[in-house]
Design a protein. Sequence first.
Length: 283
Amino acid sequence: MGMAAGEKLRRARERLKLTYRDVAEASQEIAARRGNPDFALPLSRLADIETGGCLPSLFRLYTLCAVYHLDMHEVMRWYGVPVHLLAGEALQVPLGETHTLEVTPNGHAAVPITAETGIDLDQTTFLSRLIREWGKVPLSFLHGFDYRRYRYGLVGLKDSSMFPILRPGSLVVIDENRRRPARGGWTSEFDRPIYFLEHRHGFLCGWCALQNNRLLVQFHPSSEKSPAEFQYPGGIDVVGQVIGAAMLLDGKRRDQIRPSTVPTALPDPPDTTAVPAPAPKAV
């Protein structure tokens, strides 16, 4: 793998008509700008990388990509590191706790799809054959969003606080511009805004009601979890409103589910001190 990658780097250098000395001198300039000698490439190391199968350090790989005007992710793939699969790889690691997901604007996330079949998000789609394996598609799978504006979160595999609206393992899109809990305007549990929140013990999702300096977080009745009350601000931070979600349809709760509906208005919060949030935790 290193030999093949080295050959590609050699071809990139020769296309630009650069000598080893040219590259070495350019690397010294980069090291000086970065204030780190690890970015520098001596002449002997260049030869080892191109013809000896030597793996460049992360710093020197950065330098080579800068000098040759190459995409670093593409060069990492030459060395067998599938950076484009990183987000999907992360979703294959089963984590029980709810947490934020940092995804670059051009990143990819794993959703159930196969190479042979497309999905029309505007139509009802039969997904049973598609869920046989995880594939990768751009985050535009969640139709119509400008992903440079939003943050992302993963509902923990043990977090059933908003089941069945948000299943455990759901990938959610969070709008940080919608941090003020809505006071009304919904007609059903499906219309009611869900918020992604962070407190000192971790993250959670839920419906919110703000009354004076108290924030009441209510969970779906099927979770059988009691509402949690926090000092606000100070005790909890509203990261933003959940405005989209992608989920596996087999993300079932392990415990028994009690069917019920959610009221369209919250009860008055109890006049007590802040209590710890329920089961969802941070990663």
